[in-house]
Design a protein around this ligand. Sequence first.
Ligand SMILES: *Cc1c(COP(=O)(O)O)cnc(C)c1O
Length: 378
Amino acid sequence: MINGTGVIVQTNLGRAPLSQAALRAMAAVGAGYSNLEFELEAGERGSRHRHLEGLLCQLTGAEAALVVNNNAAAIYLVLMALASGWEVLVSRGQAVEIGGGFRIPDVLRQSGATLVDVGTTNRTYARDYAAAIGERTALLLRVHTSNFKLTGFVHETSLAELAEVGRAHNVPVLDDLGSGTLLPTAPYGLSAEPTVPESVASGADLVTFSGDKLLGGPQAGLIVGRKTLVEQLKRHPLARALRVDKTTIAGLEATLQAYLRGAATAEIPVWQMIAAPLDGLRARAESLAERLGAAGRAASVVSCESAVGGGSLPGDTLPSFALALATAELDATARLLRTGNPAIVARIANEQLLFDMRTVLPEQDETLYEGLKLRVES
Ligand SMILES: *Cc1c(COP(=O)(O)O)cnc(C)c1O
């Protein structure tokens, strides 16, 4: 499929396209047998967790790590293992719906934990948490409000303050980062999405984040944090039900290694798209517009805005360039493009079909040209 929408991490379109290294690793491990749970030195049964744990600890500064099916599963596992039958404190401003009906209060209820509201919708202070802690408090939960912005008369307790309250009362803090990121987003003109190493350094006892959002890997839920807690999670029966397969582990391992080599922006598609220079996007759009124009199509180049998406950086955009096509039957043409092979998804704006070059993979330019020439009337 060709994603012309300009939304880089689109859940409906499969989230992160994988790096070549991740794809190679997944194909290699999928095609045969592997040392998934086998210690080659000792010739004994091993743990599937060890492939990723060291890498994740190195990249985040955490003591221990565990990978499960997705971030929703990661949160659920933590709640089941640490808080079932107990109370979890959540700021009123963070009892949110993440998308697809995944709501923090519902997940808490499902896990058998009781949600205790703290503070108010717009302002929650560290002292509110401290006052709400009781004998039945098992966890302080911070949820990154990843898909909306609260502005105006607002106050959020910082993670460092929350960790201090947790330490003082001997209650662990779980930080659900949602997307999470290993690289800072500010250098690309975006707001500062909280990074996983920052979260660990601020004192969160456990941090959960997705494998296929800004990390740019396969679908997974990553949990990093204190060793005693992570060991508790690994031992919980649910960990087995939520475990990841060998191809996910291989793809994640290759993705994480790119970060370790400092090659993430060069090799991981999500970061290649975020870091793509404007000149290059404009040149690709111009080349396509010129060729389609020569073929009699009403093509031009327009500036537009891309979004990171995937429940991260709400409201933030990156300047970009799109190939624009004017056609009489906008909706019918958009449908024709979507239903062909490969499917081409456009954005409609100002009575034109737009194809944001930031989310069209460079190797798809030729296919996009052929598809448009064939399916859009001159
Ligand atoms: C996306 C998101 C999740 C769910 O992650 P999945 O990997 O889709 O299961 C949870 N919490 C937050 C804050 C999110 O943004």
